[in-house]
Design a protein around this ligand. Sequence first.
Ligand code: ZN
Length: 161
Amino acid sequence: MDYSLPVFLAHAIALEREAAERYLELADMMEAHRNDAVSALFRDMVRYSNLHHDSIVARAGSMPLPALKSWEYRWSRPPEAGGEEAFDYMLDPYNALRYARENEMRAMEYYTAVGLNTQDPEVRRLAAEFAAEETEHVEALDDWLARTPRPSAPWRDDPQR
Ligand code: ZN
């Protein structure tokens, strides 16, 4: 898919809005687990996502943007979640961080792929900038994961960790 600037901006706006909503849920979840440190991290991520969202909206200005289908930007759900309700209060801090990391990776890969596939130099520039930001988010989550105890019952099989 070749991304024009309006198509790219519409996706980026939706992606950041989705991230802000999910981080808000995760922050509330961490409060339920009484993990104030990870909760504060997720609230910071809400703020960054909102700031990024607002700056992309400002960049779009009065440009008409296409409507998107939700599957084009939604976060993946945790594998064990049966539905919207099952998502609430089911993740411990470690797995919440892993879940966030997985979605940050998806965002990073998305922006990278756009940058490689677009013919538009401005889209290429912005996509590289956004991919670099997502890489920083992945690295920040990796730092937190290294400091967060892994729960005894695994969220799912993962021989890597
Ligand atoms: Zn991010």
